[in-house]
Design a binder for this molecule. Structure first.
Ligand SMILES: [Zn+2]
Length: 800
């Protein structure tokens, strides 16, 4: 509260711009926000959808949703505000030119301009330079866009459609926050520098300590960090505007003088700070109310709006007002009801009278004095109409493009999070002035281990659909069948399955058994078998009719993501299955799969017709391996399972006696050291990757069985791949022992043969591959299936 009161007299703002969750300098953000007391923001162009996930098998959109929450958690610690553009993190990109072929450059630039015009930063700071030292193409692209946006935001001819909602804005300068990491030192003593290593006695922490707590929220990236203490410098070089000589914010007025008539405010705020009583913050409330009125009488403008919000929040905090609106259910179900519990307490006995509570169409007037430290509890049940919008992240509401999200509501662009499903507006009269406090209605629970938790309240349809598989492949006929799971969120829901789904391209009939289900309870899941006869590859959609006379058709499935370190995450997609008739032959039957960091390869192998056994440590120690035609290690198995080392000899013996060990990629760096011996012969793991999913795969040994048996690999097998070809190639391999099959490279780089290494060892085979089967198989890429089948067939161990 005391920091926030002191901040009332600081009218300055800084926007930090980079490409990904984790790019931001949390120490600098903590320092700017909590020492300098500037309004500080971080614009991450992407949500980090493309990186590796160290805590689970979520990828793509799901990973972006997790990282969105990790960034929000980081900002709650370091005091920054979070923004995003529409850009999608489509995976590693070597150059900004490649990045801009997927991001719509003009659209993403308009997003950066939009955030700048809204946020009105005095200074913009980029993590990376425009010249490429930042490595990743997204990094360089983020700097290029920030520098362009500095000029464009001030130009009324650029993106004039935004000017209905925001004004043009000229920041003072763009600074590149030079760095010294990974052996790449771009700092220099002639650059402008500031010491951000100070200690904040009000918070009891140094900015280096706050930064570490903030950064450790990036758990999906394995960025747990240690705090630092003592002097530490950040270096800057201006890339737009003038070089600062004495201060970052040089040339910007950071006082109330920048608001016409604002000078009197500054004295009022000083007085509130001077008389602030740590034990009785409520003594400051009357002064804050007067300050609110004084600011409110100023002409409209950015700082008036900003400071009113700050004072408003301070009034609630200094009053000790507790205003809670919660449910005991996670879900508000369309066509059902939800009960909201209100709990208010005027804990410090401010002069406060409850006047009004508004939620949706509920609007209730009160005239109730809130007595000191007395709970006021009441509940209200609401009907959730069929047209109440489901709780969907706005950037996923309509189908995305390859490189960016489509956002129909332009005003939503930049917003970090999902809109809350219900908001309670609570109007309280404090020292004669009415204030409306807005609280998102939350699902509140007490977890036996984690304690009291607040999670989002989520609006869902009465029935949810989920298929067991997203892709069904068929090797020999046109009949596809699978399981559709229906989950009712409402007791007594009658689901009638329709024979034709929505958007069906060719009106294919889907047969369901059973096709009429009455749910006697909520949260019950009932499986339904479906059969489709198809003559070509297609997507099939499912539809469920509610027998309630209103002909509602439901077709959504819900994805849920739960981790302890972030709030509950969900989003909806149309329930669909993609069938594919593949020309695929397999040889061998039994596969042992050693799970690594998590991937969906085993499910794909089962679809191919193999019997898959997941090999845990226990399985590895107990059982013989000779029954397996191939053993495949999941992605990063040698990074995540320390116990692999114990079974090196056993695996090598298995190979030597005629087995077939296929090792998918592992990393070799400080966050992912290899923890066990992998191979019978030497090779190292590099960071070489081929990020162009259409890069040529030049065949080095056309006669090799892996290209011929049981499937003849043809150029078409390398069509339709997604995101990339291969990552973490092998390097320095034993040339006597290993054969390489492909050479490949990204544009402008030299050819590399490390994507697939095969060695004969005794009677069996050992393979290391950086080819991204873990992406291509779940995406249903035919060539990846055929190549995987050939790897499994290498030892031709058994006919069946
Ligand atoms: Zn990055």
């Amino acid at each position: 509260m005391y920091l926030a009161i002191r901040k009332l007299n600081v009218l300055g703002s800084v926007l930090y711009v980079a490409a990904h969750p984790d790019d931001e300098n949390t120490r600098l953000i903590a320092y700017l926000s909590k020492d300098r007391l500037y309004r500080t923001g971080y614009l991450s162009l992407t949500r980090g959808d493309g990186g590796q996930n160290l805590i689970g098998d979520d990828q793509g959109i799901d990973l972006g949703l997790i990282r969105t929450q990790e960034l929000l958690a980081a900002r709650r610690v370091d005091g920054g505000e979070q923004f995003f553009s529409r850009a999608f993190d489509f995976g590693f990109s070597k150059t900004p030119e490649e990045t801009f072929t997927k991001w719509d450059r003009e659209k993403i630039l308009s997003d950066v301009v939009w955030v700048i015009r809204k946020f009105q930063p005095d200074v913009i700071i980029t993590r990376f330079p425009t010249t490429g030292e930042g490595g990743h193409g997204h990094h360089t692209a983020s700097a290029i866009l920030a520098n362009e946006a500095y000029t464009a935001a001030a130009d009324p001819k650029r993106f004039p459609e935004q000017l209905k909602h925001v004004a043009v804005w000229q920041a003072k300068r763009v600074l590149w926050n030079t760095f010294n990491f990974g052996g790449n030192n771009t700092t220099a003593n002639d650059q402008f520098k500031i010491d951000v290593g100070g200690y904040n006695p009000l918070l009891g922490k140094s900015y280096g300590e706050i930064a570490a707590i903030s950064r450790s929220n990036h758990k999906s990236q394995g960025f747990g960090s240690a705090g630092s203490r003592g002097e530490s410098f950040e270096f800057f070089r201006a890339t737009k505007g003038d070089q600062p000589t004495t201060d970052l914010m040089e040339g910007a007025d950071l006082t109330w003088k920048r608001v016409p008539g604002g000078e009197a405010i500054s004295k009022m705020a000083d007085n509130i700070a001077a008389s602030f009583d740590l034990l009785h913050p409520e003594s400051s409330v009357a002064g804050l109310v007067n300050l609110y009125k004084a600011i409110n009488s100023l002409p409209d403008g950015y700082w008036k709006k900003q400071k009113l919000l700050e004072v408003h929040q301070l009034i609630a905090q200094c009053s000790g007002l507790f205003l809670d609106a919660t449910t005991t259910d996670q879900f508000a179900v369309q066509t059902d009801s939800v009960r909201i519990n209100f709990s208010f307490n005027n804990r410090l006995g401010t002069d406060a009278v409850l006047q009004k509570v508004v939620v949706d169409k509920f609007d209730s007037t009160f005239s109730k004095t809130l007595e000191k430290n007395k709970n006021l509890n009441f509940s209200k049940t609401f009907y959730v109409p069929a047209d109440k919008p489901i709780t969907q992240p706005y950037w996923l509401a309509i189908k995305m493009e390859e490189g960016y999200f489509n956002v129909p509501d332009v005003l939503a662009i930049g917003q970090p999070d999902v809109d809350p499903s219900y908001q309670a507006l609570i109007q309280v009269k404090i020292f004669g002035e009415s204030f409306t406090f807005v609280r998102s209605v939350k699902y509140k629970l007490t977890d036996p281990v984690r304690g009291e938790l607040y999670e989002p309240l989520v609006v869902v349809p009465p029935v949810l659909l989920a298929t067991d598989e997203n892709h069904i492949i068929s090797k020999d006929n046109n009949n596809f069948s699978g399981t559709l799971n229906l989950t009712s969120k409402k007791k007594g829901f009658n689901a009638i399955l329709k024979d034709v789904g929505r958007e069906q391209a060719d009106q294919v009939k889907i047969k369901y058994a059973p096709d009429n289900i009455l749910f006697d309870d909520k949260d019950k899941t009932i499986p339904v078998n479906y059969e489709v006869q198809a003559n070509k590859d297609n997507n099939y959609f499912f539809a469920v009719d509610a027998n309630n006379g209103r002909k509602d058709v439901f077709h959504l499935g819900m994805k849920e993501i739960r981790y302890d370190h972030v709030p509950y995450i969900n989003y909806f997609t149309v329930a669909t299955v993609n069938n594919q008739k593949l020309d695929l032959k397999i040889y061998g039957k039994k596969i042992g799969y050693i799970v690594g960091a998590g991937d969906k390869v085993p499910e794909a192998l089962e679809q191919m017709g193999y019997e898959v056994t997941l090999l845990t440590e226990k399985e590895m120690s107990k059982n013989g391996l000779d029954k397996y035609d191939a053993i495949i290690t999941g992605v990063r198995a040698y990074n995540t399972n320390a116990w692999m080392n114990k079974y090196y000899d056993k695996l090598m013996k298995y190979v030597y006696e005629g087995g077939n060990l296929i090792v998918q990629y592992n990393t070799s760096n400080q966050i992912g050291p290899v923890r066990a011996k992998i191979s019978p012969y030497n090779f190292d793991i590099s960071r070489t990757r081929v990020t162009d999913e259409n890069a040529a795969m030049n065949i080095l040994k056309p006669e090799h069985p892996v290209l011929n048996f049981p499937n003849k690999i043809v150029p078409d097998d390398f069509k339709g791949w997604i995101q990339e070809r291969s990552i973490y190639h092998a390097t320095n391999w034993d040339k006597e022992k290993f054969e390489t099959i492909f050479s490949s490279n990204d544009a402008g780089e030299k050819a590399d043969e490390g994507s697939l290494l095969i060695a004969k060892h005794g009677k069996g085979f050992f393979t290391y591959t950086g080819i991204v089967f873990f992406r291509e198989l779940p995406a249903g890429v035919p060539g990846a299936y055929r190549l995987m089948a050939n790897l499994i067939a290498l030892n031709r161990k058994k006919a069946f």
